[in-house]
Design a protein around this ligand. Sequence first.
Ligand code: PEP
Ligand code: MG
Length: 328
Amino acid sequence: MDALFASVLHQDAITLDKAPVSLLLNAGLSVETDVTANDAVDGIGLFRTEIPFMMRDRFPSEQEQVICYRRVMAGFVGKPVCMRTLDVGGDKQLPYFPIVEENPFLGWRGIRLTLDHPEIFLVQLKAMLRASQGLDNLSIMLPMVTNLDEVRVARRMLDRAWREVSAETAQQKGDIRYPCLGVMIEVPSLLYLLPELAPLVDFWSVGTNDLTQYLLAVDRNNGRVASIYDAFHPAILRALQQIFDVAERYGKPVSVCGELAGDPIGVLVLMAMGYRRFSMNNSNILRIKYIVRQSRCDELQKLLQDLLSQQQVGAIQEAFSRYLEERG
Ligand code: PEP
Ligand code: MG
């Protein structure tokens, strides 16, 4: 089976009915390992910057961050690298910045924390910009966005970081391009704000891990309620379809970077909805590429349409896993 997947390493991710699909990497843990996958992927769809922060005993300096980010971007020259700003809080703790809360997943997380600490946020934005000098492949993504003001303030901070870094580096070789700015769609409030969000950002990416947790009110790490944590719940599927449709309507590039994108059945359901851009862990890339190459979008779309009208629990998973089996 592994040999089967390995056979697609240098092949394009394209369906049998010729729809090109972008497969990107979720990275952050081991840059070295991730970089070896460079050939098989179209770029990095999610670089979790909190991971290098978590592996230290103090906040990394701007220069230390530049070195880390530059290594990632330089490993993917000519391919997009999407860096997510610090997403600590919830279950992700920094040993040197403890956050004690009764309800951490509903607390001080992601953009909420960094907007309250502009000195942390600005240093990180500047480090990303400096690291991108002359490479031209950086985009920046904001985690845990709940309202539009967070995006507006973050954009102003990015403007400031870019002005300052550009002024300092004006005499050096290689411009610093103003990066694309996007958000994670993972807090359900954004589902109702997408048309207003569209003019504020360049792209969005769906974080199905948190979106599932928050839409269903189920802790993503609590084994007791694991059976209710269902990314194929009809409400989640409806939300995912809506997110894609609004992105299309407003001409916004959209991807999925939660675990569902790296799940064999999940990716088929997402393709049926129209998604063509998926970011996942290194270990899932070849399997998903193989599956993409065995599928037809027109068939997937029809399968989903027929099932959505039936509204039967589990029917979608069953039908798509049959589709998968039939294609080896
Ligand atoms: C998500 O929530 O789906 C996501 C990709 O972010 P993380 O898993 O890092 O919270
Ligand atoms: Mg998340």
